[in-house]
Design a protein around this ligand. Structure first.
Ligand SMILES: Cc1cc2nc3c(=O)[nH]c(=O)nc-3n(C[C@H](O)[C@H](O)[C@H](O)COP(=O)(O)OP(=O)(O)OC[C@H]3O[C@@H](n4cnc5c(N)ncnc54)[C@H](O)[C@@H]3O)c2cc1C
Length: 395
């Protein structure tokens, strides 16, 4: 059952669905949360983001003076993310909403006035400059260094960031850097606004095994940041990062919708395949396997729902979100693996090949599926949290 079925949220869902159908950029074959592949897709994303903010479907949780609707139902954000996923439309850039959360919570009035309106209008896209080559799961060990230039002055930054989604398109970066190497590692980190056009910022798009460029490496060489690039206070970066990440809680519902679509697509594509001269769907083992995956998708939907409702009511546990995330990302990978096994050679052909099944949907889904098992905390880290914080097992 959908979140909010039988409540006023159902009417809201119908409105969002109609809005998405009317305004979203065209159907996307690529799976998951992806970066624009060219300038045209980037423009579409900007326009789409602006439309969502203008309609009040994004940013409703912002303060009223910056365009939010105080007192709004937070479940609406979940519904919007689900409907965007259902339409296979691009997700608005998460770097921009993360940065907005940080600025709303910790920025100065001047920073909010300068940066929040262009985020709403889709004019400025932000990227998240947290991970480094040796700081991913253990983010607090990051080494990018920001040194204060002296009284009233700015900061000089040196270091390297990695896996920066949308870095090639971003106008600004939400940067974490170490400002006090002597402090305990979580306490020596500071958050900054990085103008991506400053001298010393070099962005290298990475070509991934999907054939697309969703990530970048970003090199920072003697980048001079003005004093007003600081978000919050020096040493407050860890607190700011955790608070802004906690605001981003709409993703799991959208992920479940992607699984539901995957099962539908699997049934559609399996019906075109023949095994031993008979349609694949006439084989008991194929039907049973698809039914098993479908049941697991339903279980995942319940986990995601519990996690969201627990979080919003304040009655959740620390393992709700990790369990839902782990279950989703591993199931997503298994569905794609099974689809490729079932579809045979035509299933591994890529978009653009006339013989590809469903325009290469499954090979892309399979190659991208690993990303979900890493992003936002890898499966191993999720299992650690469940073991230690849920089951009380030793570290
Ligand atoms: C789709 C996607 C988008 C991303 N976008 C961004 C972005 O925009 N900005 C950004 O800053 N970062 C981004 N990241 C980076 C992401 O946050 C990191 O990939 C993630 O934190 C894991 O870090 P790592 O890749 O350095 O792996 P590592 O932390 O080096 O881990 C390597 C392996 O060791 C395992 N491992 C690590 N520690 C433990 C442990 N304690 N116990 C057991 N196993 C362990 C991991 O599970 C993994 O299998 C993105 C990643 C993905 C996949």
């Amino acid at each position: 059952m959908e979140l909010g079925a039988g409540t006023p949220l159902e009417h809201f869902r119908a409105d969002v669905r109609a809005f998405v159908a009317a305004h979203a950029p065209g159907h996307q074959v690529r799976s998951g949360v992806r970066s624009p592949e060219n300038a045209e897709e980037y423009k579409d994303l900007q326009r789409w983001t602006a439309d969502l903010y203008a309609a009040g479907y994004l940013g409703a949780d912002w303060p009223g003076e910056w365009g939010g609707s105080p007192g709004h139902d937070p479940l609406r954000g979940v519904v919007v993310a689900e409907e965007i996923a259902r339409a296979r439309a691009p997700m608005p850039p998460s770097g921009s909403s993360l940065a907005a959360n940080a600025l709303i919570g910790f920025g100065t009035e001047d920073q909010k006035a300068r940066h929040l309106p262009p985020i709403r209008s889709g004019g400025h896209l932000w990227c998240q400059l947290f991970s480094e080559p040796d700081a991913g799961s253990d983010l607090a060990s990051l080494r990018t260094r920001a040194v204060h230039d002296g009284d009233g002055g700015g900061w000089t930054v040196n270091g390297q960031k990695l896996w920066t989604t949308n870095g090639q398109w971003a106008r600004y970066g939400y940067l974490l850097a170490r400002t006090d190497p002597e402090a305990p590692k979580h306490k020596g980190i500071t958050a900054f606004i990085l103008d991506m056009a400053l001298p010393g910022v070099t962005v290298h798009p990475l070509r991934e095994l999907t054939g697309t460029s969703d990530f970048n490496e970003v090199f920072l060489d003697d980048v001079r940041l003005p004093a007003d690039a600081l978000i919050g206070a020096p040493g407050q970066g860890w607190t700011i990062a955790n608070a802004s990440l906690a605001q981003e809680r709409n993703g799991v519902g959208a992920s479940v919708v992607r699984l539901q679509l995957a099962v539908q697509d699997l049934i559609r594509d399996a019906s075109a395949v023949r095994i031993d001269g008979r349609p694949a769907l006439e084989h008991d083992d194929v039907r049973q396997q698809i039914a098993r995956l479908s049941a697991e998708v339903d279980a995942c939907a319940l986990l995601a729902r519990d996690s969201t409702l627990g979080h919003l009511s304040g009655r959740g546990t620390p393992t709700d979100a990790p369990m839902a995330k782990l279950f989703f990302s591993e199931l997503n990978l298994r569905i794609a693996e099974y689809a490729l096994t079932l579809l045979g050679p035509a299933g591994v052909l890529a978009e653009g090949d006339p013989d590809a099944v469903a325009h290469g949907r499954w090979q892309d889904a399979y190659l991208y599926a690993r990303a979900y098992t890493i992003a936002g905390g890898s499966s191993e880290i999720m299992r650690n949290i469940i073991a230690e914080r849920g089951l009380g097992l030793p570290r």
